[in-house]
Write a protein that binds this ligand. Sequence first.
Ligand SMILES: C[S@@+](CC[C@H](N)C(=O)[O-])C[C@H]1O[C@@H](n2cnc3c(N)ncnc32)[C@H](O)[C@@H]1O
Length: 357
Amino acid sequence: MALDNQMIETARLDDLVGKAVSELGAGYGGVMIAIGNRLGLYRAMAGVGPMTSHEVAQAAGCAERYVREWLNAQAAGGYVAYHLASQTYELTPEQAAILADDTSPVFMPAIWEVVAAAWADAGQTAQAIRTGKGVAWGDHDGGLHCGVAAFFRNGYRASLVPEWLPSLEGVVPRLQAGARVADIGCGHGHSTLLMAEAFPNSRFLGIDTHPASITAARANAQQAGLSDRVEFLLADARAPLPGVFDLICFFDCLHDLGYPVEAARRAREALAPDGTLMLVEPAASDRVEENLNPIGRIYYTGSTWLCCAHAISEEGTHVLGAQAGEARLAQVCREAGFSRIRKAIQTPFNLILEARP
Ligand SMILES: C[S@@+](CC[C@H](N)C(=O)[O-])C[C@H]1O[C@@H](n2cnc3c(N)ncnc32)[C@H](O)[C@@H]1O
């Protein structure tokens, strides 16, 4: 298609080109962030102060000539400070928080593994968009599952026990006294294990349909020494839950399901009469135009190739998408038989809904 130069406003075009160049730098630089994390380059710099490229290379056990170029790419992107006079590089405490400390709630490198999986799966996603066919969670590049687990774990560690559970009515005292908890679509089990660690009198069941995730969850439980109070089962959210539970949670999962009402109904049936359903969902407004921001962009992207694709693969009743929003999620809960539904808490990234019978 030929461009009609009469129609192009130069200032707007310049803005767009500037935006595209900076985003190209971000996307291209992402692979360097993932590599820096894998090789321990950021960790080698954290808390050390100014370092030469030789010192960074030596500390990380890498080749200096490559490391120097990598450092310059980091400095150009604002992820490493460059000191002209000494020609040294430094990771500031803020840069270390997002790049070197894998326990920090703002640690970012793990999510670049998800982006790498999105690129690896681009052909599959394009085919799905063309044909309308679904792609199940387990049919994606393996980097996705570890990347999502590692990225979400840090947010859960910062918020789940200190903020989200206390925002639910009467749940913490029950967990302290000893409750039965189910974590539906538990993935690698980090949410389950965080709760199990905090509430030793309670018992926890995680279920998921992805065999590799259940294997990883069991290994994580073993490693954390929590296997005595945590069980992980390969099971579908549509199947009846084994037993009665005081708290049933869906962490970033309900909107992925092709049968969310049925899954929520199974939860309703398995809840103790005064039990609680907790939905942890991506933060979203009910209105598309209010989600058109940087976080919404990330979620709509994930939603396209992951959430919608998985829900479609289940050939069910709904394709909610990651930006389902409170109104649609509440409707799912109502249709499943819950009567008291409220937003317990909202953060820039998450929406926490509480539903009770
Ligand atoms: C986005 S991941 C979230 C994983 C985990 N809850 C977390 O927050 O890290 C969605 C999970 O739902 C699981 N899942 C999808 N469909 C399911 C179903 N029908 N029954 C149970 N789990 C399901 C997937 O296998 C995947 O582990």
